[in-house]
Design a binder for this molecule. Structure first.
Ligand SMILES: [Fe+2]
Length: 243
């Protein structure tokens, strides 16, 4: 499936976008369903081709999605001013559990409160290279270059950053990493859902909860929902669901 392709009587309308991934503005055509993600993209007829597209481009952002959000689970966010949560560092979903989902879907549903915390999405392992580049020289010296495995290297760098930098310095560091690697971190719109390639044999992405401004707390924040749409029965554990 190509974004822009005809899906039965309808056509995916793609936004002009030169950054990471593909941005879909909606489904065009007479009688196009407003819940076009569930009704069309994830329908039995199109889901395999749609997941193949996500695998290939890494990120598919779908806007203007109305419909039933009940199939998705609430995402918790536990960041505080004093301490970063694990979810603020780049990660694949399922990296510590038994299931590594092929695709992660994160959605900002229509709601009263705007979502101001961003979600940064970046290609892996390029993001690890960016983490090394942006690392203060004094910390880089301690890392060495023995760790070839990008997962191990990323763990080492993240631990060094957590140990040596203050929470706001860590957030500023991660923002520099976002910029260097060209992460997708556009502001969330209500009705926007993002499909992120998370585990496959080719191009995968990592994501993180991103504060684009210093985190001062106390500001009401819209909620996000999530699911692993390619996994049978969606084994996503809501308790472990963080961003
Ligand atoms: Fe996550």
């Amino acid at each position: 499936m190509d974004a822009g392709i005809q899906l039965g009587p309808w056509r995916l309308r793609q936004a002009a976008w030169s950054g990471l991934g593909v941005v879909v503005e909606g489904l065009e055509g007479r009688g196009a369903p407003a819940d076009y993600v569930d009704a069309v993209l994830l329908s039995a007829a199109h889901r395999d081709a749609f997941f193949a597209l996500v695998d290939r481009v890494g990120l598919v952002v779908c806007k203007g999605v109305r419909g039933d959000d009940d199939a998705l689970k609430e995402v918790r966010g536990r960041s505080s001013r004093g301490r970063l949560s694990q979810g603020e560092f780049f990660h694949h979903d399922g990296c510590t559990g038994p299931v590594k989902p092929r695709v992660v879907e994160i959605r900002c549903p229509y709601q009263d409160v705007e979502r101001y915390t961003s979600t940064a999405i970046a290609p892996f392992p390029e993001v690890v290279e960016a983490m090394l580049h942006e690392l203060p020289a004094i910390l880089r010296a301690g890392i060495g270059d023995t760790a070839i495995d990008p997962d191990l290297l990323q763990g080492t760098v993240s631990r060094a950053v957590r140990r040596a930098l203050s929470p706001e310095e860590q957030r500023a560091y991660l923002r520099r990493v976002d910029l260097r690697v060209g992460a997708y971190r556009e502001p969330w719109e209500m009705g926007e859902t993002r499909f992120i390639a998370n585990a496959n044999g080719g191009r995968t992405m990592q994501h993180r909860r991103a504060y684009l401004e210093p985190h001062t707390g106390g500001r009401p924040n819209g909620r996000l929902l999530k699911r692993w749409p390619a996994e049978a029965g969606d084994p996503l554990d809501a308790e472990a669901c963080e961003i």
